[in-house]
Design a protein around this ligand. Structure first.
Ligand SMILES: [Zn+2]
Length: 334
């Protein structure tokens, strides 16, 4: 796919939508992977971008409670309010949901790598005072992390292993610390990432081949193994490793899905009575994250690698695609 920076018409809003002048928009890993067509979810032409913030410029006829000038961020998912799942409190699983800046054979919704984006009012969140547009654009990945933690049903005595200290993994670690769990162990291939993970709250950090990992884990858990493992990569090696680190009856929360399919050690899962819990996107975690940022409890800057004008976006996409070392999150400003 070729990225072009060009003029496009200002989009029209439906009655239930607002027009947002975008002030900050993060480049997501799914945009970078999607760019080469491999995921089939960025069918061109499409304006990508689903981690964003801005100011309301215009409101549709039926919009209530929102005004021009309001500082907002929004969910990456556009869900139907009359859907069965939404009504059960699981809008992230609703049928026919669309993701901003994604195009598949089923839907296409232009996203926020643009001056303007249109979003329905029911996915808007107000940005609290003291929270910057850049911070608000980073709420989405933090909310993804919090959703996985909520599904993991962690208790304060739990020892939790986080596999994959990338950007979302860093939020998982910070949020585990804030929500309270006894010990957090971070695992990653890169030592630099582990150093950051340590700064952000991990009690111990290891590369996967480090023998000290098992020694420490067993020592901290009465020789049992981790109560919970949160897997933020999603390939054979990391998932199988996660399963070996869990105690009997432990929970494996699956957040990463780099490989669409992996080999599962079925017997270990069954005989050790493990719980496998998938975690998809976000289900109402935005206000909690915005509140934590406003209170200064969540370090958003730690994962922010660069900020640049939208015009330079294509270069940054390429650098992220090339997996340039040390690059985590890049935020663009239209
Ligand atoms: Zn994303």
């Amino acid at each position: 796919m070729k990225l072009v920076y060009q003029d496009v018409p200002t989009p029209n809003i439906n009655d239930d939508e607002v027009l947002v002048r975008v002030r900050a928009v993060g480049i997501c890993g799914s945009d970078v992977h999607g760019m080469d067509g491999s995921t089939g979810r960025r069918l061109p032409p499409i304006i990508m971008g689903h981690e964003a913030s801005g100011v309301i410029e215009a409101t549709g006829k039926k919009v209530e409670g929102w005004q021009t000038g309001d500082r907002v961020t929004f969910d990456s998912t556009i869900y139907r309010q009359d859907d069965w799942y939404t009504q059960q409190g699981m809008y992230n699983l609703s049928d026919g949901r669309m993701v901003l800046g994604v195009s598949t054979p089923e839907f296409k919704k232009h996203g926020a790598f643009a001056e303007y984006v249109t979003v329905p009012q029911h996915i808007l969140y107000r940005i609290p005072e003291g929270v910057s547009f850049t911070q608000a654009a980073l709420v989405e990945p933090a909310a993804v992390a919090l959703h996985a933690i909520k599904l993991s049903a962690i208790t304060p005595d739990d020892v939790v292993v986080v596999i994959g200290a990338g950007m979302v993994g860093m939020f998982v670690i910070q949020l585990l610390k804030i929500t309270g769990c006894k010990k957090i162990i971070a695992i990653d291939l890169e030592k630099e990432k582990l150093a950051l993970a340590k700064n952000l709250g991990a009690d111990a950090c290891f590369t996967p081949d480090d023998n000290a990992l098992n020694t420490t884990l067993l020592e901290w858990t009465g020789q049992r193994g981790a109560d919970v493992a949160i897997e933020v990569v999603g390939v054979n090696a990391t998932i199988q490793h996660a399963i070996t680190l869990l105690r009997k009856g432990g929970t494996l929360t699956l957040l990463g899905n780099l490989s669409p399919q992996v080999n599962l050690p079925l017997q270990a899962v069954v005989t050790r009575q493990l719980r496998l819990q998938g975690s998809c996107a976000i289900n109402g975690e935005y206000p909690a994250i915005l509140d934590l940022i406003a209170k200064g409890k969540l370090n958003m800057e730690a994962i922010l690698s660069a900020e640049a004008p939208l015009a330079e976006g294509a270069d940054w996409f390429q650098r992220l695609y090339n997996k340039e070392k040390g690059l985590m999150k890049v935020v663009l400003h239209p």
